[in-house]
Design a protein around this ligand. Sequence first.
Ligand code: SAH
Ligand code: SF4
Ligand code: F3S
Length: 442
Amino acid sequence: MAGKNIYIETYGCQMNVNDSEVILSILQDAGFQHTENIEDADVILANTCSIRDNAEQRIWGRVDQFKLQKRKRDNVVIGIVGCMAERLKDKLLKEVDLVAGPDSYRTLPQLLEAVTPDNPQINVLLSHEETYADINPVRLDKNGISAFISIMRGCNNVCSYCVVPYTRGAERSRDPHTIVREARNLYEKGYKEVTLLGQNVDSYLWKAPEGEEGNVTFPQLLEMVASISPEMRVRFSTSHPKDISDDVIYTMAKYENICKHIHLPVQSGSSIMLEKMRRKYNREWYLERVDKIRSVIPDCGITTDVIAGFCGETEQDHQDTLTLMEKVVFDSAFMFAYSERPGTLASKKYPDDIPYEEKTRRLNEIIALQGRMSLKSNEKEIGKRLKVLVEGPSKKNPEELCGRASSNKMCVFPSRGEKPGDYCEVEVVSVTSATLICRRID
Ligand code: SAH
Ligand code: SF4
Ligand code: F3S
């Protein structure tokens, strides 16, 4: 396999970005090489997402493009890995040469060794243990400043709309020492920011081997990573409103380098919908968590995810979502129309009964309101002094730099020749709904 070129495209969430890095690491150790040019590829992989139907449709479009490569050159192998591989399993084997689910990446070298045009290969076994703890991911980020670290895999919740528990399997936490080692290595290589990833980071729990002491909870893990260096920022995602503890909030407050941003997906502002979604919290609980965060960390960035038009959603339920958004004033939000996923509880129990036009109307109202809320949230920043980690030149004006404040808000400000990874002190002078425009105060 030495010298064979691997090309990989990544879809879906940040965890998939990190998984692609794990995949490349495993394949490089087996003698493959990474290429960013599809024309040079011997193996074309798509690391896929099943979260909504439109995510899958987009990937199908790409697979058609990959097949053109196959026509141009002999012996090109096309593989689907990740969540779609896990969801569709052998149904994909008619279309591609290789199908590998999220827990099977260690077997990719053998699968690729065995694959021939008449002998497609598949491994979609899920595991209760696999965390790829010992794998040192090949970093795909371009600037060498900010990296993802998966701290757990899978999900034990059963939100009724969600396909993730089926594609990623049961929740398991990764050995904290391997997490700290990975973060320290990144810091030593010049990285300035790590984002700890899990579907529900608050339920991270490392159980010490029998007879030994040393269980590690998420707030403890946060402290361990934050203690590596005050110069290295720590972020994390995703927090579940039912699980985010006061301990996490106090730990964030204690360390300057733990970024003051919580991604706290609400999904709906209606307690009736939340119950049907099996989120295990209600509107009041969510609002209380937001109040708690803001009482301990007044400037904490809070972002969210919203689903419009879930099964049986009434106009009142929809209005409840809008009023919750107005109350909280999220900094930003990912907003989606409900997409029924085969096999989920909702697909079995509740008809997907909100017509397409109605879902779209509700979603558009949610998006329009969030635009106003993002602006309002940014306006509150005017006059504030912020510490920004430089990402690079601003896209619009190369004389300016861009980077994120602790709250995750994007800032632009005049350059004095700083490089990605430097910190700058700025003051916010004006805003748009997407950006804080700042002057230098350092
Ligand atoms: N673990 C995270 C979310 C992972 S999926 C959490 O619990 O919050 C990312 C987002 O996709 C979800 O927050 C939800 O808003 C959205 N999503 C998931 N399933 C969906 C579906 N069937 N239709 C529309 N949006 C969905
Ligand atoms: Fe899906 Fe719920 Fe798990 Fe998030 S917590 S991945 S929404 S099942
Ligand atoms: Fe998609 Fe799988 Fe992530 S379904 S959102 S790639 S966990």
